[in-house]
Design a protein around this ligand. Structure first.
Ligand code: CP
Ligand code: NVA
Length: 320
C-alpha cells in the first residue's frame, strides 16, 4: 500500500447482491474480507492522517438527514474534508424529496452532481430504493432497522483496546434496535458470540436469529436475563431505550428498566470487559454515570472512531 492511497482492498471478494457500484448498506451484505479490509484502511488512516489528505480530491459527498444527528453528521463532514473532499448537507424538509419528488428521481439527479450519498432515514427500503436508482455509492447512516457505520467503529474500537474480536463474547442489554441488529450482523461476519438480553416483546426478529444460525461463523443468542447475557462477557453494549423511530415511550421505560447497565450488572462481566454505547446516552436510564464514566467505558474512543471508520468506508465505496 503506497502512502496516500488505499489500493489494498481492491482485490476483496465480490459483494453479495451488489453490482459494480460499491454501496455500504448493511454489514450482512458485505463479506468478511471486505469488512476486514475497511477496518485495515481505517487503522492506516488513523495512524497517519496526513498521508491521506488528497484521497478524496475533487470528490463530493451529499448527506441526506431525515432524522437528527450529531456524530454522524460531524464525523462524515469532517472526515470527508480531511480527505480532501467536499460535502453537501441536505435536510429532508429542504429537499424536493420531502415534498413529493420520488426517491428514484432524487437518486438519478444526485448521481449527476456528487460522487456518493450518505443517508439517514426511516425505513431501510428507502435506502435500498436510493441505491437501486443511483449510479454512485449509497451509505447507510442509520435507518429504523440498522446502523452499520456505528458498528464498524465499535469493532475498530474493541480491537484497538483488546485485539481481535473473533471468539469473544459480546453482551447487549436493551431492545433489539437498529444498533443491536447491526451488532448481530457483525457477530457473524467478525465471528464472535453475541448474547442479546431483551424483554420478550422487544427481542430480535426470528428471521435475524435464523439467518445467524444458518451462517458458518459467529453466534447470536437471545435471553430475557441481562445477568445471563453479561456474565463473563468481554464487551457490554447498550443504547437508548427509545430510538428516534419509537413512540411508545412509557411502555419502553417500564419494560427496559431491568436492562439498565449499572455497576452491579457490569461487575458480572470479565474484570477487563469494555463498555460501549453509540451515544447519545440517557444517563440514569439505560446506563448509569458510574458505568459510562467508569474504568470499563470506551465511549469517547468509540465516538472518535466513527471518523476513522467512515473515512475508510468512503475510500472503499469510491475505490480511492
Ligand atoms: N451514534 C450516532 O449515530 O450518533 P448521532 O445520532 O449523533 O449521529
Ligand atoms: N437507536 C438509536 C441510535 C441513535 C444513534 C436511534 O435510532 O435513535
Amino acid at each position: 500500500m503506497s502512502a496516500g492511497t488505499l489500493q489494498g482492498d481492491k482485490t476483496a471478494k465480490p459483494i453479495r447482491g451488489a453490482g459494480a457500484v460499491r454501496h455500504f448498506l448493511d454489514i450482512d451484505r458485505l463479506d468478511t474480507a471486505t469488512l476486514r479490509g475497511i477496518l485495515d484502511s481505517a487503522r492506516a488512516i488513523k495512524r497517519d492522517p496526513g498521508a491521506y489528505r488528497r484521497l478524496l480530491d475533487n470528490r463530493t459527498l451529499a448527506m441526506i438527514f431525515e432524522k437528527p444527528s450529531t456524530r454522524t453528521r460531524v464525523s462524515f463532514e469532517v472526515g470527508t474534508r480531511q480527505l480532501g473532499g467536499e460535502v453537501v448537507v441536505l435536510k429532508m424538509d429542504d429537499m424536493q424529496l420531502g415534498h413529493g419528488e420520488t426517491i428514484g428521481d432524487t437518486a438519478r439527479v444526485l448521481s449527476r452532481y456528487v460522487d456518493a450519498v450518505m443517508v439517514r432515514t426511516t425505513g431501510e427500503e428507502r435506502v435500498h430504493e436510493l441505491a437501486a436508482h443511483a449510479s454512485i455509492p449509497i451509505i447507510n447512516g442509520l435507518t429504523d432497522q440498522s446502523h452499520p457505520c456505528q458498528i464498524m467503529a465499535d469493532i475498530l474500537t474493541y480491537e484497538e483496546h483488546r485485539g481481535s474480536i473473533a471468539g469473544r463474547v459480546v453482551a447487549w442489554s436493551g431492545d433489539a434496535n437498529n444498533v443491536a441488529v447491526s451488532l448481530a450482523h457483525a457477530a457473524v461476519r467478525f465471528d464472535f458470540e453475541l448474547r442479546m438480553a431483551c424483554p420478550a416483546s422487544l427481542g430480535p426478529s426470528p428471521a435475524l436469529l435464523e439467518w445467524a444460525a444458518g451462517e458458518r461463523t459467529g453466534r447470536v443468542v437471545c435471553t430475557d436475563s441481562p445477568e445471563e447475557a453479561v456474565r463473563g462477557a468481554d464487551l457490554v453494549v447498550t443504547d437508548t431505550w427509545v430510538s428516534m423511530n419509537h413512540t411508545d415511550v412509557d411502555n419502553r421505560h417500564r419494560l427496559l428498566a431491568p436492562y439498565q447497565v449499572n455497576e452491579r450488572l457490569m461487575s458480572l462481566a470479565k474484570g477487563d470487559a469494555l463498555f460501549m454505547h453509540c451515544l447519545p446516552a440517557h444517563r440514569g436510564e439505560e446506563v448509569t454515570d458510574g458505568v459510562i464514566d467508569g474504568v470499563h467505558s470506551v465511549v469517547w474512543d468509540e465516538a472518535e472512531n466513527r471518523l476513522h471508520a467512515q473515512k475508510a468506508i468512503l475510500a472503499w465505496c469510491l475505490g480511492a
